[in-house]
Design a binder for this molecule. Structure first.
Ligand code: NIG
Ligand code: FE
Length: 444
């Protein structure tokens, strides 16, 4: 029954209209009259009490030249600089400016919505029950294998436009909805093509070990071996993925299988990420530390000992509260315990059709604050600087500092706390990537 319903949803019925960039390219900008210029300046990663140090400049301004931040400070100081007179003026009108969000965990390329499952869950079926009945990730796999690359690309591009409209300027994107070599390459090629054709920066992750594919459901170990031996070298040679990820959980892969694949990926020079402790506690978080992974993601089911181990490492704990919200679960990752233990935490959407269909980082901030008791300042640092750190890009993005990329977003509020406070509203009214205005509403 589950499979039949899901098979009726096709990628064709789910095409989004792209929004066009609304403003031309310009070499130099003076962005001024910012009620709060939230710089998040300082060292990365941010831990403990430092997570809430977000370097706010009141009545701030910044100069952008050739895609980089040329100067930043108070309006009085910046407007006096000779370069400010030559630059095109962008009056922020007493609003709040933030570094662009770095959404460091998404499953961007997928074939169709799973709204049918959403309704089933409302009716009482659990995420895992739906998966076991032939729905879930495997239902997306069936459709993705048949979907043309061009259709996947145009749909993903529509979502990237929506992400940008909500203030995101960098997006990590995982494969994992094909689970055969041809399909996984198709997804990774789509991601590469999107990185060339549209302005948001895409960081590609190979997630061939999402769940065992139908062909190997009785023998996941052989599937893992095959990926490690033949797929990974090919993906690395073609420059198609920077990171390798594994879903290490009940119903997906074991810690030993994850260790085997991630060790092979590491030998090939890939960075490592891990879906860990989402549905059950399996030891995935500790494995991430053992292997020096860049990030361990979800962590809703961690123990206090896991928290201590993660906190003593440089592995970023990427928390994804949108999943608990969308699945209607009571358990959220214990963000306060992570912060108090000194762990590096990041926030991301986990944008995907099964567990978190929102591409909106502002909503994630609201959930982090209301459900996980992070302060708005902590949530901002976690979704900019620390997320950039988890992608190895903190020296170029994640904060507004001289010499860094001019990736920023302007929000139609006078106080940064109003972004998560007025939840469910898109406050973003301008987004800039490398000095180019991508979208704006009533500003330029
Ligand atoms: O991060 N947990 C595994 N993967 C995704 C869900 C994917 C899906 O349900 O399609 C996640 O939650
Ligand atoms: Fe995920």
């Amino acid at each position: 029954m589950v499979g039949q319903n899901i098979a009726r949803t096709t990628w064709k019925r789910y095409t989004l209209r792209c929004m066009k960039p609304s403003s031309p390219k310009h070499d130099s900008w003076l962005i001024t009259n910012c009620a709060e210029l939230v710089t998040v300046a300082g060292s990365a990663p941010r831990r403990g009490r430092n997570l809430r140090e977000i370097g706010i400049i009141e009545d701030g301004a910044l100069l952008v030249h050739n895609g980089k931040i040329a100067a930043i400070g108070t309006r009085r100081h910046i407007e006096k600089l000779p370069a400010a007179r030559r630059a095109r003026k962008l009056d922020a009108g007493g609003r709040v400016v933030l570094p662009g969000f770095v959404d460091s965990h998404t499953h961007l390329v997928f074939p169709a919505s799973r709204a049918v499952e959403y309704e089933m869950r409302i009716g009482g079926a659990s995420y895992e029950e739906i998966g076991r009945a032939g729905g879930g990730i495997v239902s997306s796999v069936r459709l993705l294998r048949k979907a043309p690359a061009a259709a996947l690309e145009s749909q993903a591009r529509g979502w990237l436009d929506i992400m940008a409209a909500h203030g995101t300027t960098t997006v990590e994107a995982k494969s994992g909805y094909a689970l055969n070599l041809a399909g996984e390459l198709k997804i990774l090629e789509v991601q590469k093509s999107l990185g060339r054709k549209q302005p948001l920066e895409i960081v590609s992750t190979f997630l061939g070990a999402h769940v065992p594919p139908p062909e190997y459901c009785d023998d996941p170990a052989t599937y893992i071996e095959k990926i490690a031996r033949t797929w990974l070298p090919r993906i690395v040679r073609a420059g198609l993925a920077e990171y390798c990820d594994v879903f290490c959980d009940r119903g997906a892969f074991t810690v030993d299988q994850a260790r085997m694949l991630l060790t092979a990926a590491k030998k090939l020079g890939m960075g490592l990420r891990l879906h860990a402790e989402q549905l059950t506690n399996t030891g995935g978080g500790r494995l991430a530390v053992e292997l020096g992974a860049a990030s361990a993601d979800h962590l809703d089911q961690v123990t206090n000992q896991d928290i201590r181990i993660l906190a003593a490492s440089d592995t970023v704990c990427t928390l994804l509260p949108g999943c608990s919200f969308h699945l209607g679960l009571r358990d959220y990752a214990p963000a306060r315990k992570f912060v108090e233990a000194g762990a590096v935490i990041a926030l991301a959407t986990d944008f995907n059709p099964g567990t978190c269909p929102t591409p909106n980082m502002q909503m994630i901030l609201s959930l982090a604050c209301t459900q996980m008791r992070m302060t708005p300042a902590e949530a901002i640092a976690a979704s900019t600087m620390n997320a950039a750190y988890s992608l190895g890009r903190h020296e170029r993005i994640g904060s507004l500092e001289t010499g860094k990329d001019a990736d920023l977003a302007i929000f139609d509020v006078a106080d940064h706390r109003e972004i998560p406070y007025h939840f469910g509203v898109n406050h973003c009214c301008l987004v800039m990537k490398r000095g180019i205005v991508l979208q704006s509403r009533g500003i330029v």
